[in-house]
Write a protein that binds this ligand. Structure first.
Ligand SMILES: CC(C)(COP(=O)(O)OP(=O)(O)OC[C@H]1O[C@@H](n2cnc3c(N)ncnc32)[C@H](O)[C@@H]1OP(=O)(O)O)[C@@H](O)C(=O)NCCC(=O)NCCS
Length: 282
């Protein structure tokens, strides 16, 4: 089966809307797509040197992932045979499919449809959602989240509680992309299709969204997302959480300042030393 014919089948079943529910052919196409995502042979977004941002979104793959949600039905999920012990007066609540509540498998969990390469280290609790791609040698530390369709490069360190947002819809939207050798510090958040180029360092507590201007004090520039382009953190940038004064209106009168990420430097030997020390923790 070629990629093209799988693409055509996914598009047809996606376009069928509710009619795809219970259709065995739609399920076959979805399972084939899911297996290819897990094998890493298909991706929701992939590097493309000819594209303006260096990455191409495969919208049909994202539509295939959405198809999987549409045709999926609620079933009881076994907890993976964990041994759990707690006060008998407070057992975990149980639910039935009829209650219509979804309790997604948790603790540490990698959802079907995610690709995880050899050498990736997953420290509990963490979660990798469907459509995500996590490349070789990456560390996904405690409480880290890799959202749906997020693309994580090689040897990335996603530190404790790093939140990498998912972008499944709209299907043409670029997911969050973290390129090779990036250090994402503890408690950071990268959302809304932001791209972090190779070897960049996001210091603990940095938050990046489409609406967050980033002040590059090295090059005297302000980096922002536009209608056409996501926020892009340049290669090797070291971004730390900062603040800036509000310059107009009541905010100025009241002496307020707002959070802003600041590029304080580009990676140097000292940064390499700081991040190598982190590597020893692996
Ligand atoms: C960014 C980081 C790697 C330091 O990089 P570095 O290249 O060694 O940075 P430097 O010490 O040269 O600092 C450069 C400037 O940024 C400032 N800075 C560094 N880290 C900062 C931070 N986290 N917040 C605010 N400012 C910071 C420094 O004060 C310095 O400013 P100055 O020149 O005005 O004094 C480190 O601060 C960091 O955040 N590491 C990640 C820690 C983490 O999350 N670990 C997770 C383990 S699970």
């Amino acid at each position: 089966m070629t990629t093209e014919s799988l693409e055509a089948r996914i598009e047809r079943h996606f376009a069928a809307g509710a009619a795809a529910v219970g259709d065995a052919a739609a399920m076959d196409a979805f399972l084939e797509l899911r297996a290819a995502l897990e094998a890493g042979t298909l991706r929701s977004a992939e590097p493309d040197a000819t594209a303006p941002i260096g990455w191409r979104v495969n919208a049909w793959v994202k539509r295939g992932i959405l198809l999987g949600f549409r045709i999926g039905k609620l079933v009881e999920v076994n907890g993976g045979g964990l041994s759990l012990i707690d006060k008998h007066t407070y057992p975990a609540r149980t639910f039935t499919p009829e209650q219509g509540i979804r309790v997604v498998a948790g603790g540490s969990s990698v959802r079907a449809g995610a690709y995880v390469a050899a050498g990736v280290v997953c420290v509990p609790p963490m979660y990798i959602n469907t459509g995500a791609y996590v490349d070789e040698g990456t560390m996904v530390d405690s409480h880290a989240l890799v959202g749906s369709c997020a693309q994580i490069g090689k040897r990335v360190h996603l530190s404790a509680a790093a939140q990498i947002g998912g972008v499944l819809e709209p299907v043409n939207a670029t997911p969050v992309i973290i390129e090779d050798d990036v250090l994402v510090g503890g408690n950071t958040g990268v959302y809304e299709g932001t791209i972090v180029r190779k070897r960049a360092v996001l210091a603990a507590g940095t938050i990046l969204t489409r609406g967050t201007p980033v002040y590059d004090v090295v090059n005297n520039k302000i980096l922002k997302a536009t209608a056409e382009m996501p926020l892009i953190i340049p290669e090797g940038a070291v971004v730390v959480p900062g603040s800036r004064a509000v310059t107009s209106g009541h905010g100025k009168e009241m002496g307020l300042s707002v959070y802003t990420p600041v590029i304080v430097k580009y990676r140097d030997e000292k940064t390499d030393l700081s991040t190598t020390l982190e590597d020893i923790l692996r």
